[in-house]
Design a protein around this ligand. Structure first.
Ligand SMILES: [Zn+2]
Length: 492
């Protein structure tokens, strides 16, 4: 039986809210002991981590990274489990099988895709089990309309099938079909409540931004939670709330105080990323949001969109083309403060919304490391967690280390307890926990990814273990390590 001892680190257990200097003993993929007294085991591999912070690896609820290259970047950001819950993949069975066949560095999992289920029934588009397929669908207006009663029943049945196949709840890209009937959204929440699974929503417009919206996007989430009892997760509150984030957080706070099961996530960037064909990037929607075509930059070519005519053109030409959208001005202190407030809100979960990495020759993955030059993605893919720690712990002292790990690891794992009981062994550091561990230098942890160099790995993660296997050791990636395992809903 192989034993690894992480010797003498500052051990954080966010479940207990504690930080103690201790040895962490890892055996058979689990934490066997946390001991303030040095553990002497002659056979064990001992790694001295004196002065370093040791905690449960980060659980990213919102990652569209489905590649070895992307998972490796996220590993350097402290992530040990990356889940695509907002968009989901369909058919989920195929997505799990393909990931298992290719090998994964981090633990992985998917929700059932509301958009793909609707796309199949309303627009006749066959789902591909790939995220780029979803981006293409999102630009197609045919799937965004209201459903007839028969159509609604048909796509709800598809979602039910996906849940039976192991999907981790239902991902709802409502903001991409924001004129659809709010009654349909309630039907999804009722299905989730009956199945005992969460939903994860990219909300539709806020009333402040679009007074003609059928319902306020954030309030809709809280109403559905209160009305149906389903656990409703509000995705990236920073990007959908923008300068209305205080009002939206107050809405969520009221709902939670009243007992509604609502959770929320944010990432620390004022720039978003999506397919350029998205509903909310149409020239009139953009104008209504107070943004301009010049706030959009195409990722592949680096082109900043000159005007509305050019925007129409690129939307028609390649609606799935990924772009950056500057929704806040990160050069302005007032806007940076909004991002910090979104993160500082009680129980906000850190989630990256990590995006696929793409090379100029259209390649979407590689096993080469370091990554070949020329790759594009949103910098949040590589930097969300280290940037959050730099801002919230190191620079602004808004979180201590137990609180930081609570936001990055403990709380996100708890969102999944009900649907995937295996998650109950994640998000804490005590005997019996899965040995998904990050060991970081508290003085050095920082993001390095920028718009100009978006795949530069974060700095400061010294070691990273997934299920007891080192993915990163002494700051170096082990290119032979593929310890990632599927996280799936368990049949009940
Ligand atoms: Zn989104």
């Amino acid at each position: 039986m192989e034993t690894t001892i992480l010797r003498g680190g500052r051990v954080i257990d966010p479940a207990a809210g504690t930080e103690v200097v201790a040895d962490v003993v890892v055996r058979d993929g689990r934490v066997a002991a946390v001991s303030p007294v040095p553990v002497l085991e002659p056979e064990a591999t001992v790694v001295d981590v004196t002065g370093l912070v040791v905690g449960p690896g980060f659980v990213d609820l919102h990652s569209h990274v489905h590649s070895v290259a992307g998972q490796r970047l996220q590993a350097f950001d402290g992530v040990t489990t990356n889940l695509d819950l907002e968009a989901g993949l369909m058919p989920v069975e195929r997505a799990y099988a393909e990931a298992a066949a290719a090998g994964r560095v981090l633990n992985y999992g998917y929700s059932a895709s509301w958009a793909e289920a609707r796309g199949q029934v309303l627009a006749g588009v066959e789902p591909t089990s790939r995220f780029d397929g979803s981006l293409e669908l999102l630009g197609n207006p045919a799937w965004q309309r209201d459903s007839s009663a028969t159509e609604l029943a048909a796509w709800l049945a598809l979602l039910e099938g996906e849940l039976a196949a192991g999907a981790l709840g239902i991902g709802v890209l409502l903001g991409y079909a924001p004129r659809s009937d709010p009654g349909e959204y309630l039907a999804v929440a009722r299905l989730a409540a009956a199945a005992g699974v969460p939903t994860y929503t990219h909300v539709r417009d806020l009333v402040e931004v679009d007074p003609t919206t059928p319902i306020d996007g954030s309030r809709e989430v809280t109403i559905a939670a209160a009305e149906t009892g389903a656990a409703m997760h509000h995705c990236h509150v920073n990007s959908t709330s923008r300068r209305h984030v205080d009002r939206v957080l107050a809405t969520l706070d009221d709902a939670r105080a009243a007992g509604a099961p609502v959770t929320v996530e944010a990432y620390p960037y004022g720039t978003g990323s999506t397919g350029v064909g998205a509903f909310f990037l149409a020239p009139d929607r953009l104008r209504a949001a107070g943004l301009a075509p010049s706030n959009i930059v195409l990722l592949g070519t680096g082109e900043r969109i000159a005007d509305e005519r050019r925007l129409e053109e690129v939307r028609a030409l390649d609606p799935a083309a990924t772009c950056l959208v500057e929704f806040l001005d990160e050069r302005a202190e007032a806007d940076r403060e909004l991002l910090r407030r979104a993160l500082a809100f009680p129980d906000t979960i850190v989630a990256s919304d990590a995006m696929p990495i793409e090379w100029p020759d259209r390649r979407a993955d590689t096993r080469e490391w370091p990554l070949p030059a020329g790759a594009t993605t949103h910098p949040r893919t590589a930097g969300t967690f280290a940037r959050s720690l730099r801002l919230m712990v190191r620079e602004h002292a808004l979180w201590d280390w137990p609180e930081a790990f609570r936001r990055c690891s403990h709380l996100p794992a708890r969102v999944l307890d009900g649907v995937a009981p295996a998650m109950r062994a994640k998000g804490f550091l005590a005997p019996g926990a899965d040995a998904d561990l990050v060991v970081l230098d508290p003085a050095a942890i920082t993001d390095h990814a920028t718009a100009a160099d978006p795949v530069r790995p974060s700095g400061g993660v010294r070691h990273l273990l997934v299920g007891g296997t080192f993915v990163i050791k002494d700051g170096q990636l082990d290119v032979t390590a593929y310890p990632g395992r599927a996280v799936r809903a368990e049949p009940r």
